[in-house]
Design a protein around this ligand. Structure first.
Ligand SMILES: C[S@@+](CC[C@H](N)C(=O)[O-])C[C@H]1O[C@@H](n2cnc3c(N)ncnc32)[C@H](O)[C@@H]1O
Length: 343
């Protein structure tokens, strides 16, 4: 099928959902974050899984911990974690900071973060809910550093959110931001899907319509009164399912099982857009730089399996000093790197 036909097919499905299911407009917390028990699928090292030095994802987690810690100059300081999800990175950074406060507009996420902190016996971290669209509930100049991991682009107005993060930072304070820019979805990822497992009796089919040039995403969420396995079975997709398998006849057949239809529009700025906003907001220096995740990835691959350090302490010793340097080195904005902004 030609690319143009595939695009049209996608549009037909989106039109069908609009016309037949009349989806409710909502914010990201109502769309997904209030519904999921674990936003990370219980995959986070230390928070949910015992640390395993044989896994590259666990090295990357350490790389990102030191990234947020060093790029905010957050050792023994007071940090804000904006949109912590399951408590990440708050809970892994907290042992090195004076205090971490995580704020999230999803009540469910705050409950989960607080339960995780209690289970892990981390006492210098607090999580606080606030109402989406309202001011961040802190005075001006409250924090030495701010961490924002994949969260600013989930808010209704990312530029306003960045203004708020600027306001609560102390002068000379540093914001470190990780974000999902859309460049990576070019050539095939524009239309995409994900099935979220809500509980044994329901799941959510999310269809993504990404507009890379205009930097926004429209997501349609269809909640089904059936488990994820059952829906996968109906889609005859035990091995995974692709966007092209979702057809209008199939959705018509399953319509009686759809209990909720929602639509969410989110803005996903590129590095170029974020940098221009940060400068306009007033940050005196904005540095797109290399990340702790790429450092950890490269270091992991430098070792033969038999020689690679395995325990947490040795891995930290290998990773942290390299990350400390890497986060200060400018990275090309074309790769949408992580960004540090200094007030
Ligand atoms: C993709 S998750 C990232 C979670 C975590 N930082 C991580 O990287 O694993 C996005 C988070 O942003 C939160 N969020 C969405 N809109 C928000 C808003 N307006 N204010 C604060 N947090 C928000 C969500 O509830 C969710 O916890």
């Amino acid at each position: 099928m030609s690319m143009e036909n595939k695009k049209n097919l996608g549009c037909n499905i989106f039109n069908w959902i609009e016309e037949s299911l009349n989806p409710t407009n909502c914010t990201s917390e109502d769309f997904i974050y209030n519904e999921m028990e674990s936003q990370s699928g219980n995959s986070l090292p230390i928070i949910y899984q015992p640390f395993d030095g044989r896994k590259i994802s666990h090295w990357i987690d350490r790389g990102l911990l030191y990234d947020f810690l060093y790029s905010t100059e957050g050792e023994n300081k007071k940090l804000l974690d904006f949109g912590p999800g399951d408590g990440w990175p708050s809970l892994i950074v907290a042992p090195y900071a004076k205090e971490v406060i995580g704020i999230d507009s999803s009540t469910r996420r705050i409950e989960v973060c607080s339960e995780n902190a209690k289970r892990l016996r981390i006492t210098n971290v607090k999580f606080k809910n606030y109402v989406v669209g309202s001011k961040i509930p802190f005075e001006d100049n409250s924090f030495d550093g701010v961490m924002a991991a994949s969260s600013v682009e989930q808010t209704p107005n990312p530029k306003e959110t960045l203004k708020e993060l600027y306001r609560v930072l102390k002068p000379e304070g540093r914001l470190r931001i990780h974000y999902e820019a859309l460049g990576r979805y070019r050539n095939g990822g524009e239309r995409d899907l994900w099935i979220a497992d809500l509980n044994e009796k329901s799941c959510k089919l999310i269809l993504f319509n990404r507009n890379i040039e205009d930097e926004y995403v429209i997501q349609y969420g269809l909640t089904f009164a059936m488990s994820k396995e059952e829906l996968m079975g109906r889609l005859s997709a035990n091995e995974g399912v692709s966007f092209n398998q979702i057809t209008i006849p199939l959705l018509q057949e399953l319509k009686s099982k759809i209990t909720k239809a929602q639509v969410l529009k989110t803005v996903h700025p590129s590095a170029k857009t974020i940098i221009s906003w940060l400068k306009e907001i007033g940050f005196k220096e904005v540095i797109p730089s290399h990340s702790g995740s790429s450092v950890a990835f490269k270091l992991f691959n430098q070792y033969d399996n038999s020689e690679r350090p395995k325990d947490l302490h040795s891995i930290d010793e290998v990773i942290k000093n390299v990350v400390k340097v890497a986060v200060q080195l400018k990275a090309p904005i074309e790769i949408d790197p992580m960004i540090t902004a200094i007030k």
